[in-house]
Design a binder for this molecule. Structure first.
Ligand SMILES: Cc1cc2nc3c(=O)[nH]c(=O)nc-3n(C[C@H](O)[C@H](O)[C@H](O)COP(=O)(O)OP(=O)(O)OC[C@H]3O[C@@H](n4cnc5c(N)ncnc54)[C@H](O)[C@@H]3O)c2cc1C
Length: 376
């Protein structure tokens, strides 16, 4: 009996037609960010187009840039765009962290900020890390004095991605220094053009000033900008980190697959010895296992997401260093017979083992919570 195309088939073919009609050539050509242009105009237009057509986050309802897609359809969507290497957005914190946090913890008026964050009309940054509080986030020291109608914030954040162009900041501050470390933290929504905020861009190893130091000097924030409970910011931080991890594994696996595919084609061109072949096969096997593990982790939260972040980011750096080895000295000076700048990609990949929690911290958490091993 022929039952005709399923709903999922129709979903996929509508998506493919949409991508063929609307995806800008920049998005389909492995776009590289120019150092001074963090979110170029085409990327802003593309994100808005995705939102307006219900393809930005398909599982969301219409007013949040989706189409109430099922979990299976969300996977189809991620597969199609990852396979084509099409980014949804060039500024992840707004749709990936701020919006879900606003929707989970916000008042109705705070939740109303979510659509613009997802559409990309508002650029968000996330103020967690400080010079002496990165891995140990609970020791953050940026202070907010609490008054009946306002907070007054003083302190410093660092490594704040997109701060140089952000409109808003989801900022974690200490509101009660008397309480044990993680109990005295609150989450505030700050306007980045508030008097007293200054931003000093930090240039990364590839020359791009994507993140910055942010200084707060008696910044007044009205009381209705408190997200979640007073001194209940730790819960919001855990949500933020969870949202950051949950949506990234498939893109990470697709990135790995592409790197391994490029490596294989260079190998066919340049030849390879037994040791190199073994290393490549090892990477190929691990990438395949990670894909399977990623699908499994979608059925429940927990250590799956942590493992995926740890393992995909580390394997990616390994694959890129394999490619550099394969090309010999030429791999270091971009003289390799290749379209791909392996050395630059390698340097960029190191950020993935630090941002959103370092590999060492992920190992500690997995050891403690997933494997039940004793330790700090
Ligand atoms: C590309 C990029 C973007 C980022 N964007 C943002 C952002 O938008 N907002 C934001 O708030 N932050 C951001 N960060 C900062 C990031 O969250 C921190 O760099 C990270 O949490 C590590 O903190 P740290 O740099 O202070 O290192 P530290 O915590 O000082 O760690 C230094 C080293 O010690 C190791 N270490 C620390 N503690 C332990 C331990 N208990 N056991 C074993 N090893 C340990 C770490 O793994 C690391 O190797 C970004 C970072 C990068 C690279």
């Amino acid at each position: 009996m022929n039952t005709g195309p399923s709903e999922d088939d129709r979903f996929r073919s509508e998506l493919v037609s949409f991508l063929e009609e609307h995806a800008p050539s920049e998005a389909t050509n492995s776009y590289r960010r120019a150092p001074g242009d963090l979110v170029p105009e085409w990327a802003r237009r593309w994100q808005a187009t995705l939102f307006d057509h219900g393809w930005m986050i398909p599982s969301n309802p219409r007013h949040l840039g989706g189409r109430d897609a099922s979990a299976e359809q969300s996977v189809l969507f991620l597969e199609e765009i990852s396979r084509r290497n099409i980014p949804r957005s060039l500024h992840f914190p707004g749709y990936g962290i701020a919006a879900p946090s606003l929707l989970e913890f916000g008042t109705p008026s705070q939740r109303s900020l979510a659509p613009a964050a997802i559409r990309g009309d508002t650029v968000w940054c996330i103020g967690m890390s400080e010079p002496d509080a990165g891995s140990d986030l609970a020791s953050l020291r940026t202070m907010a004095e609490v008054y009946d109608d306002r907070f007054v914030v003083t302190g410093q954040k660092v490594w704040t991605s997109f701060a140089p162009i952000a409109d808003k900041c989801l900022c974690y501050v200490r509101t009660d220094p008397e309480q044990p470390q993680h109990r005295g933290i609150s989450a505030l929504i700050l306007d980045m053009d508030s008097p007293g905020i200054s931003v000093r861009p930090l240039r990364n190893i590839m020359g791009s000033a994507e993140f910055a130091e942010v200084f707060f000097d008696n910044v007044v924030v009205s009381r209705d900008r408190l997200l979640g409970q007073l001194n209940g910011g730790w819960r919001v931080t855990q949500g933020s980190l969870g949202h950051e991890r949950s949506s990234m594994w498939m893109e990470a696996v697709a990135r790995l697959d592409r790197a391994i595919g490029d490596l294989l084609s260079h190998c066919r061109q340049l030849g390879s010895d037994t040791l190199m072949r073994r290393r490549i096969i090892g990477a190929y096997e691990r990438a395949a296992c990670l894909r399977a593990l990623g699908f499994r982790s979608m059925t429940g939260a927990g250590p799956g997401q942590l493992l995926m972040k740890l393992a995909t980011s580390e394997l990616y750096t390994e694959v890129l260093s394999l490619a550099i080895d394969l090309h010999g000295p030429a791999g270091l000076i971009q003289a390799a017979p290749s379209d791909r700048d392996w050395w630059r990609d390698f340097l960029g990949s190191l950020a993935g083992t630090i941002a959103g929690g370092t590999s060492e911290i992920h190992r500690n958490v997995i050891a403690r919570h997933a494997l039940g091993l004793p330790g700090d």
